[in-house]
Design a protein around this ligand. Structure first.
Ligand code: NAI
Ligand code: OAA
Length: 264
């Protein structure tokens, strides 16, 4: 039987996920802010019902995926989890806020829901989380993107993105700060922190490179298991250069996992 999906947010990532939905999963509901509802209804042209709150949904989605960013998770996450639903999340940076993290975990526990943190634009989170079980000494993360991918972010206050002529580090700090200051660009920092040594101990560098067209993520982890370095050179989505294609694909994978009795 076809499963019915609810999507929170329907921007660059949401529409890519919709386009690539596996057979057996249909988009039934999309939740966006009131101010975006009319435009989203026009874009969907009747292919899914557009809502602004989960309370307006009379039925039970088989899966809810958040493709809305940090404000979307903060606004809707608790109510979704209290309904006992499974919520797959890409705005992991919102979880740098410990109070929000606790509210969501409590809602899931009390409501019987489940929050699935997606790997998003990076790879290797399974290995990092396994390595943590033996003890990790150090985890570092570097994100490098083109100037256009940092436009409209806090980067513009730290560096002149139109004038930058060579690869430049413009932010160094911990994963919690990065996730809070760059909500559309540093969820990966939080994902790595959640899989590894936490927000405060994950060291982060953010870099702009006028010569690149990729979103590059480099992770280095060291511990009792040994050490690894992962470098992922992702293609940004055409419709939003801040967002890597792989992040949308990680949501598609979550949809496939919900459908199949055996999944990887
Ligand atoms: N974990 C990861 O690796 C990655 C995570 N992301 C996260 O995914 C988010 C979405 O990316 P894009 O689709 O490219 O952004 P976008 O800006 O194209 O789309 C955002 C969508 O969310 C909706 N939205 C905004 N506030 C909302 C709210 N309070 N409730 C419900 N919907 C809301 C907007 O109406 C829009 O449809 C990013 O902001 C970022 O936080 C993005 C890339 C990688
Ligand atoms: O898509 C990416 O390359 C990473 C990203 O935006 C994030 O970490 O929020």
């Amino acid at each position: 039987m076809t499963q019915r999906l609810m999507m929170i947010g329907y921007g660059a990532m949401g529409s890519e996920v919709h386009r690539l939905l596996p057979l057996g999963m249909e988009l039934a509901w999309v939740m966006v802010p009131e101010a975006h509802a009319a435009a989203t209804r026009d874009r969907l042209a009747g292919r899914a019902e557009v809502l602004t709150a989960i309370e307006a949904c009379a039925e039970r989605p088989d899966l809810v995926v958040e493709c809305a960013g940090q404000p979307g998770l903060a606004e809707h996450g608790e109510a979704v989890l209290r309904r006992g639903l499974t919520l797959a999340v890409v705005a992991t940076g919102a979880l740098a806020d410990e109070a929000l993290f606790d509210r969501l975990a409590t809602a899931a526990r009390e409501g019987g829901g489940r929050m699935q943190l997606l790997s998003g634009a990076v790879a290797g989170m399974d290995g990092l989380a396994a390595a943590r079980e033996g003890g990790l000494d150090e985890v570092t993360y570097e994100a490098c993107k083109a100037p256009r991918s940092w436009k409209g972010s806090h980067a513009a206050q730290l560096i002149d993105l139109d004038a930058v002529s060579e690869k430049t580090v413009f932010f160094e700090g911990d994963a919690g700060e990065a996730a809070r200051l760059f909500p559309a660009n540093s969820n990966v920092a939080a994902t790595i922190a959640l899989a590894g040594v936490g927000m405060r101990d994950t060291r982060v560098q953010l870099i702009v490179d006028p010569a690149t067209r990729r979103n590059t993520h480099r992770i280095h982890a060291k511990g009792r298991f040994g050490e690894f370095t992962i470098e992922l050179n992702g293609h940004p989505l055409e419709s939003n250069p801040k967002t890597s294609t792989l992040a949308a694909l990680s949501v598609v994978r979550a949809c496939r996992q919900a459908l199949e009795p055996v999944s990887f």
